[in-house]
Design a protein around this ligand. Structure first.
Ligand code: MLT
Length: 405
């Protein structure tokens, strides 16, 4: 008799963005004449850039020609893309990352959910709180998180590291040393970013205690300040203690194209000296047949001179929205964080309201969708996330509606 994986049965409710989507669908059904603006899920709204489109078209043509047709992609990624990534993202920043330490995938979401598979089931995890839900949920599925306390909205075996206005959104070192530490910077959901000195301190902590940092840098392209690192490998010692996950979704608008990559340096070894690079390669070989050629060609186009200019302009388009939201809602009396090095604004919910109550208020009274902070973890209570990924028109209109409340 077969049985379902009991770990999945421990997951409370549905995935955060599915819950929101259900609520929004119900609202739209009940109010068919209202125009709802979504500043909820961090999905892009601007079309793919000309260089990317051309690369996609060219690659499609190659697939239709028997001389250039491609079957399975190499499961770790095509060399042309791995080289472009290594040169532009790492060598150009002085980071010692080789092409064969880069594993191309279909996106940062799958990588950030799957990476825990290469660690022992007994490893303890620490997460910044609030947190991108994938890190915790994927560890729940793997049976690493203990039991869920619904009242406290916490897992017994997860170390939560609060990141709030009080500590300037920088996590303090936990009392008990975790084996795996998840850090996302620039951060989803708070929109804040770690400074070089803070990230160096975390790398030193991990190196000293033989922990591993899983560093999600999906929003790296939005960094505008000098003292914010673009990669964890800018930090001394990170090759021995960190994995980095990157995405083409937020910089180049690939949310519907799907492409990302993970860096596992060969110097990263567990306490028995086992190199994780080989394990992640083995996992790719077994469970993944490579990101499609067409997508990888599109990814390589991002690294041409023209492609780099185009993504800079996409980033500045969205960051103008971030300014519109921050300036407009500051005038309206709200307190907000983030939005300087990231396309997210983290708004302090007024009058001691709960995050989900504020979500309902925004949806019912302004017809605006945001994301309740508590959906990202206990320390997200009292906050509300707005994304800068809307169109200019919708963002301006959303701010107008919120100001008018
Ligand atoms: C978010 O809204 O947090 C992100 O879009 C989710 C994701 O990137 O998977």
């Amino acid at each position: 008799m077969f049985k379902a994986n009991p770990n999945y049965l421990k997951l409370p409710g549905s995935y955060l963005f599915s819950t929101i989507s259900k609520k929004v669908t119900a609202f739209k059904e009940a109010n068919p004449n209202e125009s709802v603006i979504s500043l909820g899920i961090g999905d892009v709204t601007q079309p793919l850039s000309p260089s990317v489109l051309k690369a996609l078209h060219d690659a499609v043509d190659e697939m239709g020609d028997s001389k250039t047709f491609k079957g399975y992609a190499p499961d770790l990624g095509y060399d042309f893309l791995r080289k472009a990534i290594a040169d532009t993202e790492y060598k150009a920043r002085g980071c010692k990352i080789a092409e064969d330490e880069i594993f191309v995938s279909d996106g940062a979401k799958s990588d950030s959910g799957n990476i825990q598979e290469i660690f022992d089931a007994t490893c303890t995890i620490a997460v910044c709180d609030p947190v991108y839900p994938v890190y915790v949920d994927s560890n729940v599925m793997a049976g690493r998180t203990g039991t869920y306390d619904a009242a406290l909205e916490r897992w017994s075996d997860v170390i939560y590291m609060p990141c709030t206005a009080e500590n300037d959104f920088v996590p303090a070192f936990p009392e008990k040393t975790p084996d795996i530490i998840y850090i996302c910077s620039p951060n989803n959901p708070t929109g804040t970013a770690m400074k070089k000195k803070d990230l160096q301190a975390w790398v030193d902590y991990a190196a000293e205690r033989h922990s591993v940092i899983i560093y999600d840098a999906a929003y790296e392209a939005y960094i505008s300040e000098e003292d914010v690192p673009h990669s964890i490998y800018e930090m001394d010692g990170a090759r021995e203690c960190a994995i980095e996950i990157r995405s083409f979704s937020k910089n180049a608008g690939f949310t519907g194209v799907r492409l990302g990559y993970t860096v596992v340096p060969k110097d990263l070894k567990d306490s028995d000296g086992v190199a994780l690079h080989g394990l992640w390669a083995r996992r790719h070989g077994t469970k993944f047949n490579g990101a499609p050629y067409i997508q990888q060609r599109a990814g390589a186009a991002v690294y041409t001179a023209e492609g780099q200019k185009e993504i800079a302009s996409l980033v500045s388009y969205y960051m103008e929205n971030a300014r519109t939201i921050k300036e407009g809602l500051t005038e309206a009396g709200y307190t907000m964080y983030g939005g300087v090095n990231a396309p997210y604004i983290w708004l302090a919910v007024p009058d001691g309201m709960k995050s989900w109550d504020f979500f309902d208020h925004m949806l019912n009274d302004a017809h605006i969708v945001g994301t309740p902070g508590s959906g990202f973890g206990p320390s997200g209570e009292g906050y509300f996330r707005l994304t800068a990924f809307g169109t200019h028109e919708n963002t301006i209109e959303a701010v107008r509606r919120i100001k008018a409340l």
